[in-house]
Design a protein around this ligand. Structure first.
Ligand code: PRX
Length: 675
């Protein structure tokens, strides 16, 4: 079997492990020598504390970022303009004249010193069958895929849709795109055929990369079937590369290419496409409060530098450590902290293909013991799920390798924080609660942006990263100053990792992020600034849901339901959910002319959501109502719908201004019956 084959990756697990541990020990020796976290600024005598460096990064951003860019990235051609940015117009450019290549920065430049070091640990779905890949092996894969793509007609600037499980093949394909200058657009392999088709069409991708099947939590998922259904709606697709993740043969059509077989005919040496700093590295779709998902695009140099720097400093990553970001590659966390951050730092990164409950709720901790992870980076929703299963699943495994416990995606509630700190980390490990977004490219708020040993407070991400200038703004657009106050979280100054546009719709980009608070980047989140200037996120201020750390627009779900022939209108809101953080609650008004029963309609609505978006958007509750509460001007009162869904009928406030207040009584009663 070839080294890329289904079960393949020829080298034995044991030899890889020994190799890795010996390198780790070397890394450990190196990290015992104390070095300053930012050697780039050692000559600046006035900088002694994190606050000094943060101030410097805001006051002299060009000096700050150019020093980092030159020391942390490898360039083909140097830049002379550090930044050309204006939040008033949405123009954002960094390291303007520079040229470089992201795959060189993530792979080639490490080959001389760490070619035999493990780059990827593929934690396959089946426990105990992990596979190690060195930088040399990764380089060979990237080269072959790069040549395959190029020889199949993919050119610089073309979009390539990737619908793959979290495997070395996914990482190597992303890097291969970067190598030849193509733009990858990874679509989470849990999205439906319709959702995938919409993203392929919007990106005008002519090439799709997928797998025959994938395995998740012991279940086979027919990826190729989903891709076939999607591609049948995308006449622009010219080829589909199919990686055989399992031994099962799937029907291959005239567009399909057996990826592993084709790679065998390609050379591992793939010429590098020199990219301008501002050339798009990738796009990734995410939900907004209205409209269809938006293709957020990230630049090559700015994004790469920002993930490189934030990865190293938010987690205090040291050479030789194993970083375990368990997020899927279909989300930004997988892009920034399973791929670009760790690999641009020459690190060892984990590719977790399974689920936290398979084969039982001890999976993460058994994996920590077996692979000796130094860091784990996960979503609060999985912690809430695991803590319910009991401490035995944690305690029976040795977690002494762990040093940092990270999390992202939703607020880390205090019960989960305590459990993570006391039980998982045995009060030994730092909890790194990081706040950021698909659009920010990398971490913007985190407990220790540069200062090992700084105080960490439970339940908040705390401090702005270097170069990040946070502001809170009230509903009138005025800045909220002082401490112990709340407002809309904004960022006052540009940073290299910020997204550059929405694919094909720069106007929407400008209006979403720069119009609400002129001169600032508007995050859409609310935040509380505590004493000491520490930030805590209070949640979204718009109609974006955060379900198990997955971002969904209420409008996307409403659109599917409204298309049902018997539905007059619908309104979707979020409500606090013990495990998922936020649950989905749908209020549906049926037409008088309907012919089907409510049960049947509900079944069809659920099938529609599964088909058009994916099961991750399935409502926890569907409530049929004769009407929706509206103001006299016709605006749906979502505030009231949220209160009912959250079991807070006593907090509805004044409803006398509604056009039909009796609708509220109906909804409250119906909700009580259903819960
Ligand atoms: O509401 C915030 C929440 O997740 C949103 C961004 O979602 P997405 O673009 O999918 O990226 C998630 C991973 C970076 C934010 O607007 N969020 C993210 N991190 C936190 C958080 N909410 C509270 N605390 C966090 N640490």
């Amino acid at each position: 079997m070839s080294m890329f084959g289904a079960v393949g990756f020829s080298l034995t697990t044991k030899s890889r492990h020994l190799l890795l541990r010996s390198l780790q020990r070397k890394g450990c020796a190196a990290r015992c020598i104390s070095t300053t976290p930012f050697p780039e600024f050692d000559d600046l005598v006035d900088i002694k504390t994190h606050e000094d460096l943060h101030k410097f990064s805001l006051e002299q951003p060009d000096t700050f970022w150019s020093r980092l860019a030159r020391s942390r990235l490898t360039w083909n051609k140097d830049f002379s303009t550090v930044s050309k940015c204006d939040f008033k117009t949405g123009q954002l450019e960094w390291f303007v004249e520079g040229t470089l290549n992201a795959s060189v920065n993530c792979v080639d430049r490490h080959l001389k010193e760490r070619g035999d070091q493990v780059a990827l640990i593929w934690e396959r779905d089946e426990p105990g069958t992990h596979v190690y890949l060195t930088y040399k092996e990764l380089s060979e894969m990237v080269g072959r895929i790069g040549n395959l793509l190029r020889n199949s007609g993919v050119k610089a600037g073309d979009r390539v849709a990737i619908y793959l499980p979290k495997t070395p093949m996914a990482i190597a394909t992303m890097l291969a795109c970067a190598r030849i200058g193509a733009i990858h657009s990874v679509v989470f392999a849990g999205f439906s055929a319709d959702a995938l088709a919409g993203r392929i069409q919007d990106a005008e991708a002519q090439t799709v990369v997928t797998a025959n099947q994938t395995v998740r939590g012991g279940r086979i998922i027919e990826l190729k079937q989903t891709v076939d259904a999607a591609v049948s709606k995308c006449p622009g697709v010219k080829q589909v590369l199919v990686y055989n993740r399992t031994e099962t043969k799937v029907p291959m059509g005239k567009l399909d290419i057996d990826m592993v077989e084709a790679m065998a005919h390609e050379s591992p040496d793939c010429p590098v496409e020199e990219r301008n700093s501002e050339d798009t590295l990738f796009m990734l779709y995410t939900s907004g409060s209205t409209g269809k998902p938006k293709g957020i695009t990230h630049s090559t140099a700015g994004y790469l530098l920002y993930t490189n720097v934030t990865f190293k400093h938010a987690f205090d990553y040291n050479p030789g450590e194993i970083f375990g970001c368990v997020a899927d590659i279909g989300w930004i966390t997988g892009h920034s902290y399973a791929l670009y951050g760790p690999l641009s730092n020459g690190g060892t990164t984990l590719l977790f293909e399974s689920t936290p409950l398979y084969p039982d709720p001890g999976r993460y901790w058994e994996m920590v013991e077996r692979l000796k992870l130094d860091h784990i980076y996960l979503a609060p929703t999985s912690l809430r799920m695991l803590l319910k299963a009991g401490d035995e699943y944690v305690k029976k495994y040795d977690r002494s390798s762990l040093r940092k416990l990270g999390c992202v995606g939703e607020p880390l509630n205090s019960e989960a924080w305590e459990w993570y700190y006391n039980v998982v980390g045995e009060k030994r490990c730092d909890i790194i609660d990081t706040w950021w977004q698909t659009e920010t490219g990398g971490i913007c708020i985190s407990p220790r942006p540069s200062e090992p040993g700084a105080e960490i407070r439970p339940g908040m991400p705390m401090r702005p990263m270097l170069g990040i200038d946070l502001a809170l703004v009230d509903t009138q657009g005025a800045e909220v100053t002082g401490e112990d106050c709340e407002g809309a979280l904004c960022i006052r100054r540009p940073w290299p990792g910020i997204a550059r546009t929405i694919h094909g719709d720069h106007q929407r980009y400008f209006e979403t992020y720069f119009k609400p608070m002129p001169g600032m980047y508007y995050t859409g989140d609310g935040a509380h600034r505590h004493k000491g200037g520490y930030y805590q996120i209070t949640g979204r201020m718009d109609d974006v849901l955060n379900v198990s750390g997955h971002r969904l627009g209420t409008a996307e779900i409403e659109d599917v339901m409204d298309d049902h022939i018997d539905v007059a209108e619908s309104a979707v809101v979020g409500f606090p959910h013990e495990i998922k953080g936020e649950g989905i609650y749908a209020y549906v008004v049926l037409k008088d002319t309907r012919t089907l029963g409510k049960k049947e309609i509900e079944t069809q609505l659920r099938a529609g959501i599964k088909k058009r978006i994916g099961n991750l958007a399935q409502p926890d509750m569907i409530l049929f109502t004769p009407g929706l509460p509206r103001t006299r001007s016709g605006k749906i009162m979502r505030r009231i719908l949220r209160k009912v869904a959250s079991d807070k009928p006593d907090e509805l406030g004044d409803i006398s201004t509604l056009s039909e207040p009796e609708v509220v009584d109906y909804i409250v009663k119906k909700h009580e019956q259903l819960r």
